[in-house]
Design a protein around this ligand. Structure first.
Ligand code: 45D
Length: 152
């Protein structure tokens, strides 16, 4: 069920992937303890998060799209160096910042696509540990992996 769920996620477009993460985050807020994303991990991601906080709303959305589409950009490259749990902690914090209104929220009136719904429902059927495994897999390949460039 884990690989199947990840395969479903991989088929989503960039905005649908962001939407999926958002709803997974809002659902998990109820089950995952707020202490989970370690403070130490967030220190590693703090520089990036601070840069994002200072951007315009359009730039913030753009950055999240770049991460999800694995575009080559400075922020995407920095993200690529994070460990998988730091990547999760980074997204978790972005979710918190969206809730606080510091980072631009999901467009009002947004309705999730059928594809997002399918992946969310598949995720909800998994136990908590499996859900985290799925989420690790969704965020690990985001950002830009400079090692894919090979030796220069
Ligand atoms: O459709 O360290 C657009 C543990 C327009 C423990 C949009 C852990 C179009 C160790 C504006 C683009 C393993 C528990 C949409 C950590 C459109 C540890 C916008 C785990 C939708 C860290 C989309 C922690 C946007 C976990 C802006 C499991 C979407 C953390 C933004 C999980 C989505 C964190 C965001 C998750 C999603 C965070 C910010 C799932 C954040 C998700």
């Amino acid at each position: 069920p884990i690989p199947a769920t990840i395969a479903l996620f991989d088929q989503l477009g960039v905005d649908d992937q962001l939407a999926y993460l958002w709803y997974a985050y809002t659902e998990m807020g109820k089950t995952i303890t707020p202490a989970a994303p370690g403070v130490a991990r967030l220190q590693l991601a703090e520089g990036l998060l601070n840069q994002i906080k200072e951007m315009s709303q359009e730039e913030q959305t753009q950055v999240m799209r770049e991460l999800a589409s694995r575009a080559d950009s400075p922020i995407s490259r920095s993200y690529g160096f994070f460990s998988v749990n730091t990547k999760l902690a980074f997204w978790y914090e972005l979710g918190e910042l969206m809730k606080q209104g510091v980072v631009t929220p999901i467009p009002s009136g947004y309705q999730m696509s059928p594809g997002v719904k399918v992946v969310l429902e598949a995720t909800q059927k998994l136990d908590a540990g499996q859900q985290i495994t799925v989420l690790r897999n969704t965020v690990v390949d985001m950002g830009f992996d400079t090692s894919a460039l090979g030796p220069s």
